[in-house]
Design a protein around this ligand. Structure first.
Ligand SMILES: Cc1cc2nc3c(=O)[nH]c(=O)nc-3n(C[C@H](O)[C@H](O)[C@H](O)COP(=O)(O)OP(=O)(O)OC[C@H]3O[C@@H](n4cnc5c(N)ncnc54)[C@H](O)[C@@H]3O)c2cc1C
Length: 398
């Protein structure tokens, strides 16, 4: 399959469509892979210098109808199944004393298996020709040319493309070409920490988390989430509702031991049983302020420019939808590009469907961010988990 850069009505000789993808995150890599499988070449620009330049973050649950479907269309289902951790789909909720409120421990029959972000990235990278990715080339700007093409200006030079896909995440440099909106701070800051080799080094913490994730909800505007990752690693987040610059002022992130002590001070009154997670952390500790674009974010179609994933609709992580939506955007854009004769119409159709599709997950995530750390957090957390549990059981028995 080849896509041509000419408009359908033109009869001039057709050259292959020049497609630039900005960003080698889950969205950009999935798009490059699906188009590659269809015989369509793309050029992928990534600002990181190599695949292992940065730790990729925690575990993701991939949903059957979005994330997993995208990997199936990428021809990677079998490989994904080898990496997927079905056994880690459990969830638990406890309060700040460590008292268990609800446990969904036998969830391995669910259809949202976990995969580490690094494993997902390696899976996608291994399925692409190495020369397709321009590592260490950060996008500076996209410049419109009079003939309708665009120059992609990176730290390494300038190149012309017909279609530029912004898969460059929350602070997309492609987005300003189509939208004036910038993500807004949700008011929530996550402080991320990690614990290695938990089964041997801290079996009591491994037992408390169980087979998946543990939420610790208090009604005093503080919370924690701890997730089991692959290779016996736990990744946790202490969640605060604070001004945007609070974490940088409050903690010295260059000194993890001092951050641990300060976190314990912030969690004054919490049981040593749950504070033990902070004490056991042996990884870097980093702040993750949570940003989101407005629910319903959309833009008027501009031929030659589009967005996928967080660049289009970054949302708070409460729904666990962001990476799934990024993968599915990639799959849908690729589907339209490979089935619609006119690529400009294909992109417009992708956008129209995507705007509608992501509105509900974005609303759900925004509601999660709004109700987190309220005086009724525990009650909301419990209600959400009970609903999730019923839904999972109904799906399993269907
Ligand atoms: C704490 C936290 C927990 C989360 N948990 C979950 C979860 O459980 N489930 C889930 O589905 N989602 C989760 N998410 C959301 C998920 O991480 C994102 O939705 C997902 O990574 C979006 O993928 P993406 O490819 O669109 O963007 P990104 O993953 O942000 O990738 C963008 C890529 O573009 C590159 N880039 C950026 N700027 C440039 C530039 N100028 N030039 C070149 N390259 C550039 C970046 O280096 C990066 O590689 C979580 C997010 C956070 C913050």
């Amino acid at each position: 399959m080849t896509l041509s850069s000419a408009a359908p009505a033109q009869t001039a000789p057709q050259t292959p469509l020049r497609i630039a993808i900005i960003g080698a995150g889950p969205g950009g890599l999935t798009l490059a892979r699906i188009l590659h499988v269809q015989g369509i070449a793309t050029t992928l620009f990534e600002r990181e210098t190599d695949p292992h330049a940065r730790a990729q973050g925690g575990t993701l649950d991939l949903h059957a109808e979005t994330g997993q479907l995208a990997l199936r269309r990428a021809g990677l289902e079998a490989e994904f199944q080898k990496l997927a951790r079905y056994e880690d789909q459990g969830s638990r909720l406890c309060d700040e004393t460590g008292r268990l409120l609800l446990a969904d421990d036998d969830a391995e029959d669910g259809d949202r298996p976990e995969i580490d972000r690094s494993a997902l990235r390696d899976l996608l990278l291994g399925a692409l020709p190495a020369e397709m990715i321009r590592w260490g080339q950060a996008l500076r700007e996209v410049v419109a040319n009079p003939d309708g093409s665009y120059d992609v200006v990176t730290t390494a030079g300038r190149e012309t493309f017909d279609l530029v896909v912004g898969a460059d995440g929350t602070w997309s440099k492609v987005r300003p070409l189509v939208s004036r909106y910038q993500p807004a701070y949700s008011g929530l800051t996550f402080i991320e920490f990690g614990i290695d080799d938990v089964d041997h080094a801290h079996p009591e913490l491994a037992a408390l988390v169980g087979k998946g994730k543990l939420g610790i909800e208090s009604n005093d505007a503080r919370a924690m989430i701890i997730q089991r990752n692959g290779h016996a690693h736990l990744r946790g987040y202490v969640i605060f509702r604070v001004p945007l610059d609070w974490a940088e002022k409050r903690f010295d992130f260059s000194d993890p031991a001092s951050v641990r002590r300060a976190l314990e001070d912030e969690l004054l009154g919490w049981s040593p049983k749950v504070l033990a997670f902070i004490r056991a952390s042996n990884d870097q500790i980093v702040p993750r302020p949570i940003f989101a674009l407005p629910v319903g974010h959309h833009w008027p179609n501009r031929p030659g420019i589009t967005l996928i994933g967080d660049a289009a609709h970054v949302m708070s992580p409460f729904g666990g939808e962001g990476a799934n939506a990024a993968l599915f955007d990639a799959a849908e854009l690729a589907r339209h590009l490979t089935t619609t004769p006119d690529w400009r119409s294909a992109v417009a159709a992708y956008e129209a469907e995507m705007f509608e599709r992501v509105e509900e997950p974005a609303r759900f995530s925004a509601e999660g961010a709004a109700t987190e750390l309220s005086h009724r957090s525990r009650e909301f957390g419990l209600a959400w988990m009970e609903e999730h549990l019923q839904q999972r059981k109904a799906e399993a028995s269907a």
